[in-house]
Design a protein around this ligand. Sequence first.
Ligand code: SF4
Ligand code: SF4
Length: 334
Amino acid sequence: MIKLLSYLIGKGVATQRKPFPKPDADVWGFPEVTLAPCEGAACNKCVTECPTEAIAITIDGDKPLLSLDRGACIGCGRCIEVCPTKTIVPNRTYEVATVTREDLILTNSGKKKVDEAKRTPRANLHIFKESVHARVVSTGCSACDAEIGASGNAVFDIERFGVHVVASPRFADALLITGPVSKGMQEPLRRCYGAMADPKLVIAIGTCAITGGVHKNGYTEANGADSIIPVDVYVPGCPPHPWSIIHGVLVAMGKAKPYIHNPETITPELVAVAGASALAPALAPDAAADASESSAAAPSEPSATAPAPTSDPSPELPETESGPEDAKSEPKSE
Ligand code: SF4
Ligand code: SF4
């Protein structure tokens, strides 16, 4: 018994106390689109490199317009590596869930204009602010399911936010969908949704559940969930990180703000993995000035300043009861 107790005390607390902690320095995160001019057809490298056709280049007036669809992106990072103009850079935030499909499509033309009405949650959803019971339906793949499982482990501990996974749609307020929803799973998914009481939330988790991912337009018609049932929140990723899954559920509950693309919020800290000084021309003027300062102080390390988040869920999140953050017990994020 004493041995066990000393082992547990020696281990410390595994739970990450602060939601959405700063990722490790070598984490790339999702591709982000800046305001830096794209070379267009003269370059086309990102389009050629992208394995999922998530990137398109068109002409807007006389300039190339880059569109990058995170709903089709598997996060391979190739576009970030090949882009010579830093129009595409990494964004090292976990808070990537959106409430509209349009918000997943990033362009280099400035802040996206999405109809605010589309971002308004369906009526009565505020009743889920304290807790939700969630049913997971896997319609293929298993990586997203594994990450949902991980979000419930001692490190991430999704239950502390009032999220409980249940085994029946009859007990569920929220439906978490993973996988591309091929023909064979379309009717079971409809039945599961129909078995849930109103009001209810639907969260599409992972690139497959959003667009079909690598299965898109195949013979099994596996093109994602929102053509089968209505979706409230989209969590991109292949698979999404457990913190991104938690972000998506908190957005659905009204406890966190969704991601909204705004190139002016891209700070050197968010993209520091690729070297802030090299990215300075791609950033907004103020951020570029910060970039050169921070790169002069620490060329390859992220700044000690907390990154400006694209959303700010923390004020409404509960104080967690975990112990002090312990560098020894802190797991590698990705
Ligand atoms: S990171 Fe995403 S958008 Fe970029 S090349 Fe890979 S799949 Fe395509
Ligand atoms: S975004 Fe970058 S890699 Fe893609 S076409 Fe434009 S300049 Fe080339």
